[in-house]
Design a protein around this ligand. Structure first.
Ligand SMILES: [Zn+2]
Length: 677
């Protein structure tokens, strides 16, 4: 999706949660820590996550319209309610055409007008489907692909515009592998029952959508077989999620003429022309995909390609149509999410407006719900974390002074973004009509497309944000060397201006430390203080770092979920380094506060204990099996239990705070504990 907002190379705190839901009676408690959620029958040294969250895990129920439930979800649900109020107010205000309120309010209102949407049925798809019918050969197919891309719909090809990894001040067009319906290549070949079920679900999805567009059932079923076979061929050239984590491997800047030579059956000049792209050079993330696409375009029948393009088009736009279409998409998605029922229409629409017009809606959000006190307190926290990180770098026993100096330069160059952008984006070209939801969605899509293309080969705007203000998430972006914390996450249980330092440092402090450590994880460490992919390590230090991270890969690979599914230690390495480092830095920063030097108990816990309790509390999460199963293959973040127990078991002060001893299940011998940052 063009406006998933987060630049591709940036690392988020958690995977984006598309539509989160209804809160149970979870309310902020006076003590800022939910003692009643603990299970004190579990020894903290056996399973700290269960000790802190066991009773909550036992008693809380995942709402039917959710794939998981926990702090991130409850908070986002509260934000959705706030945004709904703002949108309803804007919609009722009858503001002047073209104003901020008119755009967000009427976009929302048009999406809530299900009477009109139902009446239209499959009608809005017809003009584009007719264009696909008129395709005669692979040349006209790719020209049409270009025209779709021009309006922000990417089929068969994938691309984004962002900072050039080797010249971070300038933007470059990057072509990305694309074309698959299932989450990643292994879904086309694995033979376990869950994967086979997902292929069957894909075929059903294809069949259902074609039938809804008026196709006969037997032909629709045949189409499903054709598309699955075609995608299975396309998947062969795809890189795996682990391979995609390697920034060097996925940087292949070349002249367009070179790309033309490598993929002769795609007329790149014509394709770029149709999209509206003018450039002589391009970064081809995964050249093998385009080489393979070029071959497949002629070796596979044109009828198969037309069928595939139709399916891509219909499924992409189904959520803009009647209930039957939306349900078909939901039935497919739930195979991976485990969601029992669809979320309410209003939630989907609030998310849609936030996703498409986030910096308009975000202005209303921060005006009403974000205050300067929170921003000041966050500034202070971030600065303290930075100081603590600096001290840790100076004390590292495995790194040479030479590399330390470079690391310090990088740390001191962090750009910090807190709350919301100083400069809001312009949406003047977006036109919103209260009576035409489909056209509104296209106008928003077009806007993002134009914004993206206008950046090609232009200087990077370092003030730009990759997440909307209400988002409950955070990220580090290596090419900008920046850490970003949207207003949405700066609330309880992550952060509360009235909470004691132990809780804030354990919760949001660890999040800040996590994002900072991303600048020094296995990927981030390959970028310098200006965001350029250059090696600033001495050879020896680089090797030591590599050895240390290998230990972490092995440890996390030993963790399991469900029926003995192993965490992928290599896929999650960057996040795990950030979790382990983040906890240590947050703790050191906490120890610099008054409470950090104190021993006064609250709720029967020492300040140090409360630090770890606050930390484990924000990561409590209950997930459906389907959700866990798909996350383990594609999500670079470890399951929440290991985001708590992994870092804690590698951190000496945790052992002291809870008297963890040899023989306890989480125990790791002192010389075996990961001490990277
Ligand atoms: Zn992260």
């Amino acid at each position: 999706m063009k406006y998933s907002l987060l630049p591709f190379a940036a690392f988020a705190l958690v995977m984006s949660q598309s539509c989160k839901n209804k809160s149970d009676s979870e309310t902020a408690q006076k003590s800022y820590f939910d003692v009643s959620g603990m299970d004190t029958s579990v020894k903290p040294g056996d399973n700290f996550y269960e000790y802190v969250n066991g009773t909550w895990l036992k008693n809380s129920k995942i709402p039917d319209d959710q794939s998981a439930w926990g702090s991130f979800y409850t908070l986002y649900q509260e934000n959705l309610n706030k945004l709904k109020g703002l949108l309803e107010e804007a919609a009722a205000s009858k503001s002047e055409k073209g104003s901020l309120e008119q755009k967000v309010g009427d976009y929302y209102a048009s999406g809530m007008d299900t009477l009109t949407i139902e009446k239209l049925g499959a009608e809005p798809l017809k003009p584009a489907l007719a264009k696909i019918d008129a395709v005669t050969d692979h040349n006209s197919l790719m020209k049409l692909v270009g025209k779709f891309a021009a309006s922000g719909e990417d089929y068969l090809i994938g691309y984004y515009v962002g900072a050039d990894d080797k010249n971070s001040a300038m933007n470059i067009l990057t072509m990305y592998q694309s074309g698959l319906t299932l989450p990643e290549k292994e879904y086309y070949t694995r033979t376990d029952s869950a994967t086979e079920a997902s292929r069957l679900a894909m075929k059903k999805h294809i069949t259902d959508l074609f039938v809804l567009c008026g196709e006969e059932k037997t032909i629709a079923e045949k189409n499903a077989g054709i598309i699955l076979a075609l995608e299975t061929e396309m998947a062969k050239s795809h890189r795996s999620p682990v391979e995609l984590r390697n920034p060097q491997l996925n940087y292949n800047k070349m002249p367009v003429a070179e790309l033309q030579k490598r993929s002769p059956n795609i007329n790149w000049k014509e394709l770029f022309g149709a999209i509206g792209i003018s450039t002589d050079s391009v970064n081809v993330g995964q050249p093998a995909y385009y080489e393979s696409l070029s071959k497949l375009l002629v070796s596979q029948p044109i009828s198969a390609w037309k069928t595939k393009l139709k399916y891509d088009y219909i499924s992409t736009n189904a959520n803009l149509l009647s209930k039957a279409f939306i349900t078909a998409n939901f039935e497919f998605d739930r195979v991976f999410s485990g969601q029992k029922k669809q979320s309410s229409r209003w939630k989907k629409m609030v998310s849609r407006v936030d996703g498409g017009l986030g910096e308009l809606l975000g202005q209303l959000y921060v005006k009403k719900y974000f205050n300067d006190t929170a921003k000041q307190r966050m500034d202070e926290l971030v600065n303290n974390l930075q100081k603590a990180f600096a001290a840790r770098i100076q004390q590292l026993d495995w790194m040479s002074p030479e590399t330390k100096e470079k690391a310090m330069t990088k740390l001191n160059s962090f750009m910090k973004k807190i709350g919301y952008p100083n400069k809001w984006k312009n949406f003047d070209d977006v036109s919103i009509d209260r009576t035409n939801f489909f056209a509104n969605a296209l106008s928003v899509r077009m806007h993002h497309q134009k914004e993206e293309l206008a950046k090609i080969n232009k200087p990077v705007d370092r003030t730009e944000w990759g997440m909307s203000p209400p988002t409950v998430n955070a990220y580090y972006n290596p090419s900008n060397n920046e850490i970003v914390f949207p207003a949405g996450i700066l609330q309880f249980p992550f952060f509360d201006a009235n909470a004691d330092d132990a809780i804030n440092y354990g919760a949001i402090g660890m999040v800040i430390g996590h994002e900072m450590t991303h600048g020094f994880d296995d990927q981030g460490s390959q970028y310098d203080h200006q965001g350029n992919m250059v090696n600033w390590w001495t050879k020896e230090d680089g090797e030591k770092f590599k050895t240390k991270t290998t230990g972490l890969v092995d440890l996390y690979s030993s963790y399991t979920i469900l029926d003995n599914l192993h965490v992928k230690g290599d896929l999650t390495l960057g996040e795990n380094i950030a979790d382990v480092g983040g906890l240590a830095i947050a703790y050191d920063a906490f120890k610099m506060t008054k409470q950090g030097q104190d021993t006064t108990k609250i709720d029967g816990f020492t300040p140090d204990q409360r630090f770890f309790l606050g930390y484990a509390q924000v990561w409590r999460m209950k997930s459906r099996d389907e959700n866990l199963r798909s996350r383990i293959t594609t999500d670079p973040h470890s399951p929440e239990m290991y985001r708590v127990n992994g870092p804690a078991s590698n951190f000496d002060p945790f052992y002291i705070a809870f008297g963890v001893k040899e023989g306890d299940k989480m125990y790791i011998a002192p010389d075996k504990r990961a001490k990277i940052w």
